[in-house]
Unconditional design. Structure first.
Length: 237
């Protein structure tokens, strides 16, 4: 179930693109150059290569957006990085100032099986120490309960599509609720709101964030979703 080996350099580019444009935003060459600490000319060269590989759509002098294939890789490496940060800080008690660099070194070699084990041990975390969203796993489950009940990792299948949580949406977006993350208690509270897999969700950007809640439309009914829930309700986009 593992993807073909992708170079660490490519993963780093896709990770930065995801960090700056997870909901389809165009990321400028200047921004990439700044984040990666690489000359703009070298960034442009790599963007052309990434487009040839089918990972991005590149527009000269404007920037790049991730394709579905690029998003899949970017989410996977970002997820591993942020889970590792949480593990290093909260379990191994590594100094906070060293956590990011060590996670960067480890993320490229962490197996999918080890990632899943870390997620279970950390009780399905939604935020890294910097309070950035940990992307959903790419395993084909509707909830963490389903994942936990499958003990044999060799029987775990990959999801065929990408997901974004409600709190990751940065533009008006519609999609199908396809994964709900969290402990049994959180899953029960989300279920009590009448939210379930398969429902249609619509989010109006700039209008629907009200304090610590998101106002969303689910199957034609308006609901106020607390931030904690919004971090963990994922839609297929």
């Amino acid at each position: 179930m593992a993807d073909a080996k992708i170079s660490e350099n490519i993963e780093e580019y896709l990770e930065v693109l995801y960090r700056n444009g997870s909901n389809g935003e165009q990321v400028s060459t200047t921004q990439l150059s700044k984040d990666l600490k690489i000359a703009p000319g070298s960034v442009t060269q790599m963007l052309k290569k990434l487009e040839d590989l089918g990972y991005i759509v590149y527009t000269p002098y404007k920037g790049a957006t991730l394709t579905d294939d690029g998003m899949k890789i970017a989410q996977k490496i970002t997820r591993k990085h942020r889970i590792l940060e949480k593990f290093l800080l909260e379990v191994l008690k590594i100094k906070e100032e060293n956590v990011h660099e060590q996670a960067c070194e480890m993320e490229h070699t962490l197996s999918d099986e080890a990632e899943r084990a870390l997620c279970t041990m950390l009780q399905h975390p939604d935020l890294c120490p910097d309070e950035h969203i940990i992307p959903a796993c790419n395993f084909d489950f509707g909830s963490c309960q389903e994942c936990f009940s499958q003990k044999d990792f060799d029987q775990v299948m990959n999801r065929k599509f990408n997901l974004l949580s409600i709190s990751e949406l940065t533009s008006t977006t519609e999609g199908t609720i396809s994964f709900i993350r969290g402990s049994n208690d959180l899953l029960d509270r989300i279920s009590a709101e009448g939210i379930k897999i398969g429902q249609h969700l619509k989010y109006e950007f700039n209008e629907n964030r009200v304090g610590n809640h998101y106002l969303v439309n689910i199957d034609d009914a308006e609901l106020n979703i607390p931030v904690e829930m919004a971090h963990n309700i994922f839609i297929k986009v």
